[in-house]
Design a protein around this ligand. Structure first.
Ligand code: OGA
Ligand code: MN
Length: 322
């Protein structure tokens, strides 16, 4: 029997009673989607999935992204990426420094991300204590807590997001030893800066969410540079405040899904090179969740369904004009 047990006040719930390597019944899929709408982050403990099974489950939520870096993909399965600090024959087996600051996956893409599906196989430990938590922050709660004057300043605004901001920051932080290669002109052209509404209506919950993040957001469009910088500095401080956070402490074989429209995340780098971490990640785009009436239920009954090829790509909806 499927149960969804909240882990605290805000984000996070534990889901038991489902084997995600099997195809989901329409009722179970609907319950998972409702859980995502409500809790933003769901942990399915004790799962056993190979990369193809992980991709098949992830594809129920949207078309899978193939990461622009082209690096650390599972052989034969480019829509599954490996995040790890482990090496084989002296070479990294995964991206070792993924997500190590506050950001939202794929806010830099024209079609933004809906869901991450991260499956951990090795958790770093020191003296028996698990390290390498992932922190989340709730952008529905953060929007609600904004002063009314700031909500008014953001109304109808868009912001520019740039993939290079986070990539270049991580390269600079790691210095000469970074595994992140300089972005090529072709990669920069593949992911040019894009604008999205700063306040979105969440397609599943109907709640307003603050859609900006320190990792990728570079500009509030249409404001003088100094005013944009000042407003972004305020938002970055506000949105990462402790009261909006949930910390996920990983256990081997946790499969964690999170809603990138509703949350920011930050991978805590508190473990050393010999404290191994190994995770596989899929990213489902928000190319269907914004479609009116989408439930994904039709596809959930088909094992490994690739989704409806005629599904139209939808732009995120800004808050209602007032
Ligand atoms: C990600 C990411 C978090 C982690 O997968 O997008 O940022 O804890 N990773 O590895
Ligand atoms: Mn990330």
């Amino acid at each position: 029997m499927l149960t969804i047990e909240p882990m605290g006040q805000g984000l996070g719930a534990l889901v038991t009673g489902l084997d995600l390597a099997q195809s989901l019944s329409p009722a179970d899929f609907a319950a998972v989607l409702a859980g995502i709408a409500r809790h933003g982050v769901l942990c399915f403990p004790g799962q056993h999935l190979d990369p193809a099974e992980q991709a098949a489950f992830s594809r129920l939520f949207g078309t899978l992204e193939v990461h622009v870096s082209g690096a650390f993909q599972v052989p034969g399965q480019p829509d599954v990426m490996i995040l790890s600090n482990m090496t084989a024959d002296g070479k990294p087996v995964g991206l070792p420094d993924a997500g190590q600051d506050w950001h939202t996956d794929m806010s830099f893409s024209r079609t933004i991300a809906f869901l991450n599906v991260n499956y951990i196989l090795t958790v770093p430990r020191r003296n028996g204590v698990a390290l390498g938590d992932t922190l989340f922050a709730d952008m529905a709660a953060a929007y609600d807590a904004l002063p009314a004057s700031v909500q008014a300043r953001l109304r109808g605004r868009t912001a520019t997001h740039d993939f290079a901001k986070f990539w270049d920051m991580m390269r600079a932080r790691a210095g000469a030893g970074s595994v992140r290669a300089p972005l090529t002109e072709a990669q920069r052209r593949t992911k040019p800066p894009v604008s999205h509404p700063v306040v979105m209506i969440h397609p599943l919950s109907g709640r307003k969410v603050l859609y900006a993040n320190p990792g990728y957001t570079v500009r509030i469009d249409g404001l003088p540079a100094a005013e944009s910088d000042e407003l972004l500095a305020f938002l970055f401080e506000h949105q990462t405040r402790p009261e909006f956070r949930y910390a996920h402490h990983w256990t081997e074989n946790d499969l964690l899904v999170w809603d990138n429209i509703r949350t920011l995340h930050n991978a805590v780098a508190d473990y050393g090179p010999d404290e191994h971490r190994y995770m596989r990640r899929c990213q489902a785009m928000a190319d269907r969740v914004f479609d009116p009436g989408w439930s994904g239920m039709r596809d959930a009954s088909i094992p490994g369904a690739a989704g409806d090829p005629t599904a139209r790509s939808c732009r995120p909806s800004a808050e209602d004009p007032e």
